[in-house]
Design a protein around this ligand. Sequence first.
Ligand code: HEM
Length: 415
Amino acid sequence: MSPNADQPNNDDSSKAEGPIVRSASSIWGLVLDHLVDKHMEAVAAMRVNPPGGVARTSDGVVVTSKELYDQVLLNADGNYTNAGYQERMEQSIGPIFLGMDWGPEYVKESTPGNAAIGKVTRREAFELALKETRTALATIPSPDGIVDIQSLSDVVVAKICSHYFDIPDGIFVKPGGFSVSNLLSPGVCPADYTFPSAYIFHPDPDFILSFTGKRTGQILRESVGKYVADKRDSAQLPAAPITRALFEQYPDSKDNDLLARTIVGVMMGALPTINGNLNGVVKAWQRTATLMALQAQLKANVQADAFVKAHEVIELPMRQAMQMQPTPDAIWRRATKDHTLGTQNPVQVKAGDKIYLSIVQATQECLRNGSDDVSPIFGGDRRKTPHPIHSCPGFEMGFGILLGIVYGVVEFQPK
Ligand code: HEM
């Protein structure tokens, strides 16, 4: 992560940089701080707690109960549309199926990619993530034994992406974290995916988030576009399973741009959400004694299989930490027609209203009720029938990656 603007940077590598680069880095630090602050303000503004789980506020209609959250996402009466996402994506990574409503076009574009993502098992993702975490921890700073989780995430997520997506390839997309180069070509993975994701999923992005979300999205579309064109020219199919499935879905080079933006869109679904939940869980545990307590439990557990051990020791506290501070903390829809939402203190929704769906309130309700359900963080549970059409196809993969990295951090004993 780039240094905070007000902190001296004693890293030797920065001494080689000129003053312009250093001050640009400081500005970038300020931009990131600004985004975090604005985000916290927006979350606080949504902290209404209406008795029926829905209220009209000055910002729009806010849904806070798990029941109404599920109802809006299931969209049984076709009251809501994802078209607002598509309008934003058009200015950023380009339009893809995430911005479509149910119909033949959505089914055609989403089915092969979602199926390829769904094939990755939790165990497979866990084992890869744990292996990469163990390797990376040898080189990641851990002052006073506290692992710098963002640095770890940048390295491990880039490796996992190369495995499943063939990106970053080191040529058209570079591996790396947040820095001033995020606003310039070529694309940087995983960092660049954060801004379009926040811009598209956040109900009300401000000017700076809109600017960075559009710019980095355009860079990714262009950089991955070059990667796609290069592969086509050499008539090569990537070995990485998810990107390969997407190449097979779009064999004709007239679809190069659609293929590129679909790859970017799928990765955008995965990376910032994994990074955000990973940071949330590990930092919450680092601030308290939880990390040490779990480390002791892990040591005491006699299971030989790390995957089983992870489920016995890490899974439940990880779910609870995710429920407490989920990423994303909100998503949104737009109403297509006038209707009534809720039964106790119902709200009269008008066509065109923005509907804020507060994931953090839905998951904290689960936590209060003693449920370990994290499905709201994934836009619903795709294994259920019916399920919201856009519910995450990468739940098993994403959960396995999170569990693997978190397990690696808990077991780590700094020298
Ligand atoms: C911690 C991990 C993850 C979280 C929290 C997460 C969260 C979400 C959420 C909330 C949605 C629905 C958005 C909405 O309805 O407005 C979604 C959809 C989606 N996610 Fe994930 N995701 C995760 C991992 C992944 C992974 C690993 C992949 C792919 C490799 C992925 C790909 C997608 C795609 C393609 C969609 C759109 C599906 C569709 O429109 O049919 N996600 N995700």
